[in-house]
Design a protein. Structure first.
Length: 288
């Protein structure tokens, strides 16, 4: 049989054991050895028994294995879910964690299909899916609210700077610079939304749209004022170029409230777990 594999794949759908559980398992293995065989695929990758095999290796104890052939990584994970769901005496929290794992991994699967793998009722899967949908919708609304507040705040800051005498051409150039600097992340999401994206990409996606809107709005305001015969903004105050940067920086906490960071954040290259992975045709956390 022809198979495909990912060497780095880890087929562990279960949350980690607690320290007390690990201690109890270690003591039992040290005393009695590994009584339940560890299941591995034809490539030697563990499908069931990660903790048993790790502890046995640590203690230098041999353990029995059962080899199962799998067609690919997806089939390997399916089997890992089924074996863990059937063998372990899972509490409610662990069962829900396993269901969530499957909803993220295979969002298009029916409640019945997931329930068969996990070993629970379709109704339970449907309940967890509905709760994930509700959380996604709430998160989406928070993002939209923060997006609107940030856009309005940036335009308001621009108008304040114009009223203080900052030259329109300098202000617009500053906004265009921000727009251009955030375009890369925006393009990555628009051009290849299925690829793995980072928090920085997400921050740039939102920031880019805010900058684009601000450039258009400030240009419109300047054109309207100049149409009335005003060619300069006569108030004597003049702010240094850095002032706009300071005002824009104050807007980032609005986005931070929804945990997106911003392009200047250090360490913002961690992966972003999209709230859209809850099932087919369900709410994604990107405002339209």
């Amino acid at each position: 049989m022809t198979t495909s594999k990912t060497a780095e794949a880890v087929f562990q759908p279960m949350p980690p054991l607690s320290e007390d559980q690990l201690t109890a398992l270690r003591e039992d293995i040290a005393k009695n050895g590994v009584l339940v065989p560890v299941t591995v695929d034809q490539h030697g990758r563990v499908l069931d028994g990660h903790n048993r095999s790790a502890i046995a290796d640590e203690l230098g104890i041999d353990y029995p294995t059962v080899v199962v052939e799998v067609a690919d990584d997806e089939a390997a994970m399916d089997l890992a879910v089924t074996l863990n769901g059937a063998r372990r005496h899972l509490n409610q929290e662990q069962k829900r964690a396993l269901i969530e794992h499957e909803l993220i991994r295979r969002p298009d699967d029916s409640d019945r299909a997931i329930s068969r793998r996990v070993g629970c009722s379709p109704t339970t899967v449907g309940t967890v899916r509905s709760e994930r949908r509700a959380r996604a919708e709430e998160s989406t609304q928070r993002v939209r609210d923060a997006f609107g507040m940030s856009a309005a705040g940036l335009i308001s800051a621009g108008c304040e700077l114009l009223s203080l005498g900052v030259a329109p051409v300098a202000l617009i150039a500053r906004l265009e610079y921000g727009r251009d600097q955030t375009e890369a992340g925006y393009r990555r999401i628009i051009g290849d939304g299925a690829a793995k994206i980072t928090r920085r990409d997400v921050a740039e996606f939102f920031s880019h749209q805010i900058y684009v809107g601000a450039v258009e709005e400030i240009n419109s305001i300047v054109a309207e004022v100049e149409a009335d015969g005003v060619t300069t903004f006569p108030l004597p105050a003049r702010l240094p170029a850095e002032s706009l940067d300071d005002l824009v920086e104050q807007l980032y906490p609005l986005l931070d409230a929804v945990q997106f960071g911003h392009p200047g954040s250090k360490g913002s290259t961690e992966s972003f777990d999209s709230a859209g992975s809850i099932g087919p045709a369900e709410t994604a956390a990107v405002p339209s």
